[in-house]
Design a protein around this ligand. Structure first.
Ligand code: FRU
Length: 526
């Protein structure tokens, strides 16, 4: 609804492509004061968010020479979506981020929409040399005038490269490299190196399907195949695909995973689904029934996520980050200086269930660097007669919790409530009868900006184990709950009017909090 105002925003248009710091936006100027840096109400303390103004999708994630690059859809002149740039930040540990100047500005070919980046190790593009391999960004150009004129070919793919560790970027003079023959939605290229065929593969979102292309030099692309018209969810337009190969836990095999975000349309708003199957360098084959829809996250705030390129093989992780918002309400959430944050980085793996393979996602180990104070909870029996409340005083409400709930008499239902002095509360838990896990933000704080915000979000638990491990990361305005070591994940924003300062465990029968650690986390911005 709010989304896809691409057209409307063009009226304010391209004039906004100049130097951001001259934009005259008062929000930008204020942030130079160090004492209030990243201290606004609801400002995430250990998640990435831009210093000021509008951000959406993560883009161009690539690891090179000791740095994780994170680019992102950015509009430096306002806190709502507008002519898109690529903002830029780097990190050495995926935890602490350093803001860098804007990497890509709109030009006469259009706004710079989402895309990816890779290290061109063999200099196949000729943009650098082998001693200094170029970083190549592959992105969508979106030409607002084309859309206004009612044409259908206003999105096409372009390249830019950097020879100085991503600090400065040069656009390829022969852009676009993939032209558009008349498809309204034709965007978000993710490029990977396909070892077996020794080709670059591009996966592109094209309305109700993805298309695969291949290239030897990143400049000339050949169409290969398409996938998805009759697969998965089509509640919204397909966007931001990713194609990754992952080993299956405990098996001697690997499978391909195709991640596809779908724009708002369904009752989840914008959400991310995935397919598990095979890719032979030409076609993707879905191993599941086509009608099966598998969500990557069951909360409402994890969209447009993709994985980092070029993480060294000795590390070998596939690390994912998503935009922690939802197009249903992204432009109206109650933050003033900036809008939106990224999810925590999570590493992905594949595990087997009776219904086929599923993705596990779990916070990267590096995040434990932020742990400051540790509290070990005593074993507790919890039932109707005995709630158990833990006071979080002095914890600054930045939390990383590792809990193990074990059930007795097969009645493992439990609920954990975070609550503040105003009575606002955020709950999560497990219902043993329905085997549903959930996060409930219906009374969590400010929610009047959108009618669907105050809700409880549910997902079926996959594991049949008696013990339920739960990892919970709570920042100023987000909760990420990883059930069963990330087999089921819920990511949700919330906007409390005061810090949650107590935590209550409840259970309708007898549940046991068998183990519990609560860590207070440091801010990454101060
Ligand atoms: C996804 C998306 C992409 C597009 C970008 C524009 O959120 O709509 O498809 O490239 O945002 O900002």
């Amino acid at each position: 609804m709010i989304k896809k105002t691409f057209l409307l925003l063009t009226i304010i248009g391209i004039g906004a492509c100049g130097d951001v710091r001259d934009s005259g936006n008062p929000a930008y100027e204020k942030i130079s004061k160090p004492e209030d840096y990243y201290k606004e109400p609801h400002r995430p303390q250990f998640h990435f968010s831009p210093e000021a103004n509008w951000m959406n999708d993560p883009n161009g994630m690539v690891y090179f020479d000791g740095e994780y690059h994170l680019f992102y859809q950015y509009y430096p002149d306002s806190t709502v979506w507008g002519p898109m740039h690529w903002g830029h930040a780097v990190s050495q540990d995926l935890v602490r981020w350093e803001h860098l100047p804007i990497a890509l500005y709109p030009d006469e070919l259009g706004y710079i929409f989402s895309g990816s980046a890779i290290v061109d190790w063999n200099n196949s593009s000729g943009f650098g040399d082998r001693a200094n391999p170029p970083l190549v960004a592959i992105f969508t150009y979106h030409l607002p005038e084309g859309e206004q004129d009612g044409r259908n070919n206003f999105q096409y793919q372009g390249l830019a490269y950097s020879l100085d560790k991503g600090r400065t970027w040069t656009k390829y003079t022969e852009n676009p490299v993939v032209r558009n023959g008349g498809k309204r939605d034709f965007r978000d290229p993710k490029v990977i190196w396909h070892e077996e065929t020794e080709r670059w593969i591009m996966v592109l979102a094209v309305g109700d399907h993805v298309e695969f292309y291949r290239s030897k030099d990143l400049k000339t692309w050949q169409y290969l195949s398409e996938f998805g018209q009759n697969d998965g969810s089509h509640a919204g337009v397909w966007e931001c695909p990713d194609l990754i190969r992952l080993p299956v836990e405990g098996e001697d095999e690997a499978k391909w995973v195709l991640i596809v975000s779908i724009g708002n349309g369904g009752n989840r708003g914008s959400a991310t689904q995935y397919f598990v199957g095979d890719f032979d360098g030409q076609n993707f084959y879905n191993s599941h029934y086509p009608e099966r829809v598998i969500w990557l996250d069951h909360g409402r705030d994890n969209y447009a996520g993709v994985t980092w390129s070029d993480i060294p093989p000795q590390d070998g992780r596939k690390i994912f980050i998503g935009w922690m918002s939802n197009w249903d309400y992204a432009t109206v959430v109650p933050t003033e200086r900036w809008r939106s944050a990224m999810t925590l980085p999570r590493f992905l793996s594949l595990f087997k269930t009776v219904n086929g393979h599923r993705l596990r996602s779990y916070p990267v180990q590096e995040l434990t660097l932020l742990r400051k104070k540790a509290v070990e909870l005593n074993r507790q029996l919890i039932n109707v007669e005995t709630d158990w409340t833990y006071l979080l005083e002095g914890m600054e409400d930045l939390l990383d919790m590792e809990l193990i709930i074990s059930n007795v008499r097969n009645s493992g239902s439990f609920e954990i409530e975070l609550r503040n002095d105003l009575g606002e509360n955020l709950k999560f838990g497990y219902d043993d009868r329905t085997e549903i896990v959930y996060v409930d933000r219906s009374e969590a704080g400010i929610s009047d900006f959108h009618e669907t915000f105050a809700q409880r979000h549910e997902a079926p638990r996959l594991s049949r184990e008696g013990k339920l491990p739960v990892r919970v990361m709570v920042d100023k305005s987000s909760i990420e709950v990883f059930f069963d070591f990330g087999e089921v994940v819920l990511t949700d924003m919330f906007f409390a009017n005061a810090p949650y300062n107590r935590m209550t465990f409840r259970a309708p029968y007898d549940a046991v909090l068998a183990e519990g650690m609560i860590y207070e986390l440091k801010s990454i911005w101060r």
